[in-house]
Design a protein. Structure first.
Length: 234
């Protein structure tokens, strides 16, 4: 299937996240990659050093303009975000010749939203969210598997195997969201859209806007102005 657009929309859109969301939807539809919603999230570690890993984008919410992903709040990234609530994100779809870069302020998703999403997850992953102290050392694979077995026993569910293995309806419905697991909303204050061009003459534009951090702890940032756009040399 041909890639429909080889240049950024013209004129450039007033705001960039709808285009980013369209690209994500296109990548999902084409299914060229096993995880078209994979994205690199770079946080700021101790001493100001960068640290990056891949997570899955749950969704791009165009208004008010954030990206959502789920993880363990006690993980390395969770601790780094807690100390310095800004990240840089990169999404790349090789088959679409497109890249999206997003920078922004991070807040936790509301607990009710994380609860609702946790309930939609396969029961095996709900067990995993309790069993794994993400980013902490573990002595052996056997210790990790023991933790999974103990967690399954604690909640009275089978020991997780392949996710498509049959289990009675309602299995794991009693497993609540762990307090240390949930979503983050990355409120974008900078977005760059990039499309590969011939002879490396790529098409690039960057949008910025101003966010004021929420007044109460954990509150969403306040958008202070409209997006401003600049076309960039490749
Ligand atoms: C394709 C892919 C998708 C992933 N999705 C997630 C995710 O959505 N959430 C998550 O916490 N980790 C995810 N991971 C694992 C992370 O890359 C990382 O190993 C983990 O979050 C621990 O990172 P940290 O120690 O920096 O906190 C994913 C890894 C890959 C390769």
């Amino acid at each position: 299937m041909p890639v429909p657009v080889q240049f950024l929309p013209s004129p450039l859109p007033r705001e960039p996240l709808a285009t980013a969301a369209e690209w994500l939807a296109l990548a999902r539809h084409r299914a060229d990659q096993p995880n078209p919603n994979a994205m690199v999230v770079a946080s700021v570690g101790s001493g100001g050093l960068p640290s990056a890993r891949v997570v899955l984008c749950k969704e791009i919410v165009v208004d008010p303009g954030y990206v959502c992903f789920y993880t363990n709040y006690d993980s390395r990234k969770g601790q780094e975000i807690g100390a310095h609530p800004r990240v840089a994100i990169v999404m790349h779809w090789d088959h679409l010749y497109r890249q999206v870069r997003i920078e922004g302020q991070v807040v936790r998703a509301p607990a009710a939203e994380s609860d609702a999403y946790f309930r939609t997850r396969p029961w095996q992953r709900r067990v995993g969210a309790w069993a794994s102290a993400q980013s902490q050392p573990v002595d052996s694979r056997a210790d990790l598997e023991r933790a999974v077995v103990e967690t399954a026993q604690r909640f009275g569910v089978p020991v997780p195997g392949p996710e498509d293995a049959a289990a009675p309806a309602g299995t794991g419905d009693n497993i609540p969201r762990p307090p240390h697991w949930g979503g983050y909303h990355v409120y974008a204050d900078a977005v760059e859209l990039w499309i590969e061009g011939e002879s490396r003459i790529h098409d690039r534009a960057r949008w910025v806007r101003t966010l004021r951090p929420g007044t109460e702890a954990g509150a969403a940032p306040v958008v202070l102005d409209d997006w401003r756009c600049t076309r960039l040399q490749p």
